[in-house]
Structures are given as C-alpha cells and as structure tokens.
Design a protein around this ligand. Sequence first.
Ligand SMILES: N[C@@H](CCC(=O)N[C@@H](CS)C(=O)NCC(=O)O)C(=O)O
Length: 217
Amino acid sequence: MNRPVLYHCRQARSFRVLWMLEELQLPYELHLLPFPPRAMAREYLAVNPLGTVPFFVDGDARMTESSMICHYLAQRHSQPKLCIDPDEPGHAAYLNYVSYGEATLTFPLAIQLRYTRLEPEERRLPQAAEDYRRFFAGRLKLIEQPLSEGPYLCGERFTAADISVGYALNLGRSLGLEESYTPQVRDYLARLQARPAVARAVAAEADGLPLPTDTTK
Ligand SMILES: N[C@@H](CCC(=O)N[C@@H](CS)C(=O)NCC(=O)O)C(=O)O
C-alpha cells in the first residue's frame, strides 16, 4: 500500500498531521515547503490551488483541513485508538473539540500572529491583535472543566481532539498568551508536549528550511 503524503511547513497547522502520523507510527512521505508556499514554492499551487498547508494525500483522498485529517486518520487506524467512536459515550464532545481547536482557538491566533508579526510594520493592527487576544482568552473556557477532571479532553484517552487543541495552545504560548491559561491548562500543554510523538514530529520537520515570516506576498 502507498504511504500517505503530507505537504508541510515547519510549525504550521500541518504539524497536527505530522504529530498524528507519529502517534500512530505510520510510514509517510513528508514534503517540507518554505513559508508561505504560494510565494516561495509556486509549483505547489499545482498540488493545492489554495497554497495552504497541510495538503494530505492518502490513496484517492485529498484533504486540506488539519484537524479533520487527524480525525480521519484516527478513525482509520485503531492501534492506538485516538478517537471516540459514535457508539461510545463522549463522541459528540470529542467531535466538537476536534473542530473547536481549529475553528474557535486557532482562528483568533492566526489574526494575532498576522497583525503583530507577519505583516510589515506599516500594516500591523495593534487593536485587532488586542481584540483577538481577548477573544482567544475568553474561548479557553470550554477546556477548563474537562481538564480539571481528567488528563485529556475526553477523559483518560488521548485523542485527535488533544492534537487539534494542543497545537492551538502551543501556538498561543509562542505568541506570549500563556498568561490566560489556568494551571490545569498549562499542565495539560506540558503533558502533551512531553509525548514522544511530538519529539519525533519536531525531529522530522527540522531540516533547516526558513521559519514562517511573511504571508503578505
Ligand atoms: N483551516 C486550515 C487552515 C490552513 C492554513 O491556513 N494553513 C496556513 C499555515 S498555518 C497556510 O498554509 N498559510 C499560507 C497561506 O495562507 O498562504 C487547517 O486547519 O489546516
């Protein structure tokens, strides 16, 4: 069987998929791209017209949404089991957290990142950055209760939901927003970051390509 193929930029949302592949210990083919690929690797537009990462190929499947790729992989590979099935308690909450990590938590961070660091000085928007910092901090409420009750969002089982949310929390920390994390959220992030699969994913992406700098081109 062909190995799945992942197009990835270091530290971008495609890291979620790399992390999931390492959790499942699947063989895969990794294509590392400079950031942003639509400007720095224009031939990539023939692969993914959006120019975004991840782009994931598995047989006939073509996918561009990082959290959903993690869920897809978790459903197709049961050793270890990294999802909550429809017939198990907590399935709805699991699905909700998978999507929440991207749609609710990463979205305001992307605006923060863009208007504090990626845009050239004259296009930065301190008010937008501050508004979305508050937005992000307020939206963390949803994970505070489950993390006061168990080690992971869905209780004792580590799942794709933790990868989706964990990526966002780590990005928030790298943007200096860790002060809005409760002690339980901080411990949770440390627990996720200590996973051997994270270390393997970091090693896999460390090939010296430039870090994300400019999305305006
Ligand atoms: N919702 C998508 C977002 C994908 C996305 O926007 N990726 C960013 C990197 S974090 C990207 O490729 N940006 C480059 C660009 O917009 O040209 C996901 O979760 O994968």
